[in-house]
Design a protein around this ligand. Structure first.
Ligand SMILES: Nc1ncnc2c1ncn2[C@@H]1O[C@H](COP(=O)(O)OP(=O)(O)OP(=O)(O)O)[C@@H](O)[C@H]1O
Ligand SMILES: [Mg+2]
Length: 261
């Protein structure tokens, strides 16, 4: 990572789709070693924010840096610094698991001499060793999800952005992926700590691995707090979620209030 820049720094990120304000002036940062949970109801803007951070959609306004690289000024370096598991990973059904990971490692600029090692490591970490020669299209849903994760980490990026990473996995694999995310952020001695953002609807998952919670509602950040503080008063994460997302805070709703007699 360049200098002491935070792993992720987003400033005023905004995305408008016609009339829909999907993400509204979203500012936050994530430091190395942190695992941050993005929470929010369906349609809150989690995926859209992740897509902006990873260079898949351009923000309407605002910007972000990934490991010190601005997504506008230095898009290639910013993209290279991030591993991304999209909601539906673009897997190539005719390719073998191993062939696909080798291909991803190549386009992510993993040097040829360490490519095999990088592929082997991601196969192992995601529990894919036994299916490495299988064709992706013939794998079960959970195994395809593992391949999606493996492609996100194959180039060992300093920043991981995972959109609902444990959807469709069996309980054992969920545990493995959770510990993978935790190790990834806080690895052993001598390794650089990395940053992880994950979105999830599974609140116990947040309690298990996230140090900090960012709650998004109607495109806006409504909570950005360490998990320990958030639940300090004895309230559950579920209660916080319910309370914070029951209000209508959309620009339209505010306008309506202002205009009310
Ligand atoms: N390509 C698009 N065109 C138009 N509107 C979009 C597009 N992508 C997202 N939106 C809208 O932006 C808003 C935020 O969607 P987003 O997918 O970011 O939500 P989310 O928090 O990821 O929800 P979920 O929990 O269901 O995955 C929604 O109103 C959605 O309909
Ligand atoms: Mg989503």
């Amino acid at each position: 990572m360049s200098g002491d820049a935070p792993a992720i720094e987003a400033s005023g990120l905004t995305k408008r789709y016609g009339e829909v304000l999907a993400v509204d002036d979203f500012t936050f940062s994530v430091g190395r070693g942190e695992v941050v949970g993005f929470l929010g109801p369906n349609g809150a803007g989690k995926t859209t924010t992740m897509r902006m951070l990873t260079g898949f959609v351009p923000p309407t306004d605002g910007t972000a840096t990934i490991a010190g690289h601005d997504i506008f000024a230095d898009p290639l370096a910013a993209r290279r610094a991030v591993g991304y598991l999209p909601e539906s990973p673009p897997l190539y059904p005719e390719m073998s698991v191993e062939g696909y990971l080798r291909y991803v490692a190549t386009i992510k600029d993993v040097p040829r001499r360490v490519r095999r090692e990088a592929v082997d490591r991601s196969l192992e970490r995601c529990g894919l060793v036994e299916v490495r020669r299988r064709v992706i299209g013939a794998l079960s849903k959970g195994f395809r999800q593992r391949v999606g994760l493996a492609q996100a980490i194959v180039h060992d990026p300093p920043v991981l952005i995972l959109d609902e990473p444990t959807v469709g996995l069996d309980p054992i694999q969920i545990q493995e992926i959770r510990s993978l995310m935790a190790d990834f952020a806080a690895p052993g001695e001598g390794e650089t700590p990395r940053a992880v953002i994950l979105s999830t609807h599974i609140l116990p998952e947040v309690e298990a691995i996230c140090r900090r919670v960012i709650l998004i509602h109607q495109g806006r950040k409504v909570i950005d707090q360490p998990l320990s503080e958030l639940i300090a008063g004895g309230q559950s994460l579920e209660e916080v979620f319910g309370r914070e997302t029951s209000r209508d805070i959309s620009a339209g709703a505010e306008g309506a209030m202002e205009n009310a007699p």
